[in-house]
Write a new protein. Structure first.
Length: 363
């Protein structure tokens, strides 16, 4: 007789993160608390950082009263996303019928009928979840890929990195510094701020300031005015609150050896209000560039145009014409490694000035 013992089990990460419990949130009270504050007087004749601190203080104070927090722990068995309370009760009932059958208190056919019902209900629940994820993938990519990752049969633990004397985060950040550049933020008005807040993706994560996109979207009507005051002042004097410069960097594995920190892509979770300001300025910038700078031959990053339209209109028509004339045609394709992450900001700012953008926006 040969006895084998496989001493291997799926490792489970233990997380003690607390998250906002939106199911028990009282957004009506939240709006009322923030709506009582005279924002114009509270933010008058103050610096950008001080104004942001005042808004953040009142926001987080009201959030603590209106949205309870719950522990998000992965220790132990976590219920799958497709597992509803009704289905869970059916599965518990199946176990109870099985115990009764083992004791001779239930017939085999009775147990088999319960098994069939549970099996059909489980299949329908999984199919329904997958159908919803596929249908909403454009609006909820995070949930879609989270489900895909959960279906993997095995997860590998990250072993020791090449330099064991350095922690994983430090080495990942050192690699990220090679392509990291400082970003400047700019802005505009209240109705536009409200519009952008209403379009926030509620499935995104919040930054280090503790302002979740779902909360900001729910409170768009009452939070747009104080944010517009801060945005306008920040744009005019060129000052950015510290929270907007801070990011939570999470290393995400790409490919290759997990021991090599260079195989991780740093994902940065930045302030949501800071992102809103970026979008507002980007809208002003794009309008200026589209109307006064970009010509008809520009296809990259242009609305209504793409690599495909470039191939059809610019490349295909031109190349086929030359070939028909009997001329030789050579084509060279270039691809820059980390092209957007390594753009020189000094050169970019110089380009902005040549495009006719005002100094407030360029700085």
């Amino acid at each position: 007789m040969v006895e084998l013992r496989i001493l291997h089990g799926r490792s489970r990460a233990v997380s003690r993160i607390t998250t906002l419990d939106f199911r028990r949130a009282n957004f009506g009270l939240f709006k009322d608390l923030l709506g009582r504050i005279p924002w114009v007087r509270a933010l008058e004749d103050r610096g950008v950082q001080e104004n942001w601190s005042i808004l953040k203080h009142h926001f987080l104070q009201a959030q603590d009263q209106c949205i309870p927090k719950s522990k998000k722990s992965s220790k132990g068995v976590r219920r799958p996303a497709w597992m509803s309370k009704e289905l869970l009760e059916k599965l518990k009932g199946k176990k109870e019928v099985y115990r009764m059958w083992k004791k001779g208190l239930a017939a085999w056919e009775e147990y088999r009928n319960v098994v069939r019902v549970c099996r059909d209900a489980t299949r329908k629940a999984k199919a329904h979840l997958e159908l919803n994820l596929a249908r909403d993938v454009k609006d909820n990519k995070k949930g879609f890929f989270k489900y895909i990752s959960s279906k993997r049969k095995a997860r590998e633990n990250v072993g020791p990195l090449l330099n064991e004397a350095s922690p994983q985060e430090s080495q990942t950040l050192e690699v990220g510094e090679k392509v990291w550049r400082k970003e400047d933020l700019p802005l505009v008005k209240e109705d536009r701020v409200r519009e952008y807040l209403g379009k926030l993706n509620i499935h995104k994560s919040m930054g280090s300031d503790g302002m979740h996109p779902r909360v900001l979207r729910e409170l768009a009507d009452v939070i747009a005015m104080p944010l517009s005051i801060i945005f306008e002042r920040s744009w005019r004097i060129g000052e950015v609150p510290e929270d907007w410069r801070k990011v939570i960097v999470t290393p995400v594995f790409k490919k290759g050896k997990k021991e090599d920190a260079g195989n991780y892509r740093p994902v940065s979770l930045s302030s949501i209000p800071g992102k809103v300001m970026e979008q507002l300025i980007l809208g002003v910038f794009n309008k200026h560039v589209e109307e006064k700078v970009i010509g008809s031959g520009q296809y990259g990053f242009t609305k209504g145009k793409s690599c495909l339209t470039n191939l059809i209109i610019a490349f295909y028509d031109g190349m086929t014409g030359w070939v028909d004339e009997g001329r030789a045609v050579d084509v060279v394709y270039l691809d820059f490694s980390k092209a957007f992450a390594t753009v020189s900001h000094n050169i970019l700012i110089g380009k902005f000035r040549k495009c006719g953008l005002d100094e407030w926006t360029v700085r």
